[in-house]
Write a protein that binds this ligand. Structure first.
Ligand SMILES: Nc1nc2c(ncn2[C@@H]2O[C@H](COP(=O)(O)OP(=O)(O)OP(=O)(O)O)[C@@H](O)[C@H]2O)c(=O)[nH]1
Ligand SMILES: [Zn+2]
Length: 340
């Protein structure tokens, strides 16, 4: 793997949250370092589902002093860990997050603020249909940036290749340091490309992101048969996908593989991302930008920006620079990313 893929704690992309150690401790604060631990799989109105490391599915509430718990968080538990009906465990500590995928705050929340939606996932599977609905390269690019910003590895999953060829999109994204898989549901219901996709996800914690209708639920159901996501429902009143909530849910498949679905997530918080941070999503441009003047903001009107010359070399280069600059603009506007 390229050195860029190293997302250990030395990597600047990993935003290490202040750990418990940096907080003032009261003398009476118990030590939970030996308490049983688990991973949060869903969050619903103050109730958290947690799979303990012993493999028991428990429902938990969180202790008042804990500020926030999201899907994927590693937590320490006390109280009842039997997992029996009507029993409650108690989340008493949250481990430092290795990665944090966040979205922009929406109406009713503080504008411009970030909300972490998934913790500790290491991959972002960007699910895009090749047709019906047509792909949106701008959205794919924003997802790539969000992944790098979160400290996650992006993977592009191109669905519905039975409808049209994946050649064009592969041509656009293959030069990037990005893995791509293509899938199609065959007339007999089997999914072409599934073994390759499984291989990419095996042993990882992967967040799936994609517009309504791209075939995300169909994939989740294949990957985790017990998930039983409903397929193809569109809300007739709003004309939008059936998903109205923004709550994600994690499914655990074999051997430590986690699939985290994010229904209704429409935007990533990119407002805090700097021009050079965004370049991480664009290997080719990162290299070219070495020739830029110091502090270059890489805009179309930036003096002597090397990207401008590069864009003139060929069509693909032009579209890469274009995508990158579109991202710069998208980051500045406060509109939800997915609406563009
Ligand atoms: N032709 C074709 N259709 C597909 C493929 N995958 C999914 N579909 C169809 O596309 C529609 C949407 O699929 P879903 O799996 O519900 O898509 P989704 O992304 O989960 O959409 P929401 O459920 O609205 O979030 C359904 O009618 C599927 O049968 C594919 O590979 N080829
Ligand atoms: Zn520049």
């Amino acid at each position: 793997m390229a050195p860029r893929r190293d997302i250990g704690t030395d990597d600047p992309r990993v935003r290490v949250r202040p750990g418990r150690g940096s907080r003032p401790r009261t003398k009476r604060r118990p030590d939970y370092s030996d308490a049983p631990r688990g991973s949060v799989t869903s969050v619903d109105r103050g109730r958290y589902r947690v799979i303990t490391d012993a493999g028991i599915d428990v429902v938990a509430v969180k202790a008042r002093e804990i500020p926030s718990v999201v899907i994927g968080d590693r937590v320490a538990l006390t109280s009842d860990l039997s997992g029996k009906k009507d029993t409650l465990a108690r989340i008493v500590e949250v481990d430092e997050r290795k990665t944090a995928l966040s979205r922009s705050a929406e109406d009713g929340e503080t504008t411009g603020k970030q909300r972490v939606i998934v913790a500790n996932a290491d991959q972002l599977l960007i699910v895009t249909a090749l047709a019906d609905p047509p792909p949106r390269p701008g959205m794919i690019d924003r997802c790539i940036v969000a992944a790098y910003d979160a400290g996650m590895e992006p993977i592009l999953c191109l669905t519905k290749s039975d409808l049209t060829s994946d050649r064009e999109l592969r041509r656009l994204y293959e030069p990037l340091d990005l893995r791509i898989c293509t899938t199609a549901i065959e007339p007999d219901g089997t999914v072409r490309g599934l073994p390759e996709l499984r291989e990419l996800l095996a042993g990882h914690r992967t967040v799936l992101i994609g517009h309504s209708g791209v075939g995300k639920s169909s994939l989740v159901n294949e990957l985790v048969p017990s998930a039983q996501r409903r397929i193809g429902d569109v809300n007739v009143v709003t004309g939008r996908g059936r998903h109205t909530s923004t709550s994600a849910v994690a499914f655990r498949a074999e051997d430590g593989t986690w699939i985290i679905d994010t229904p209704g997530v429409r935007s990533f918080g990119l407002a805090h991302v700097e021009p050079d941070d965004i370049l991480r999503g664009f290997d080719d441009l990162l290299e070219v930008s070495a020739d830029c003047p110091r502090g270059c903001e890489h805009r179309a009107d930036s003096l002597d920006c090397a990207l401008t010359d590069y864009a003139r070399t060929d069509e693909r280069a032009a579209s890469r620079v274009d995508s990158y600059r579109r991202l710069l603009a998208a980051r500045e506007a406060a509109l939800p990313d997915y609406e563009r």
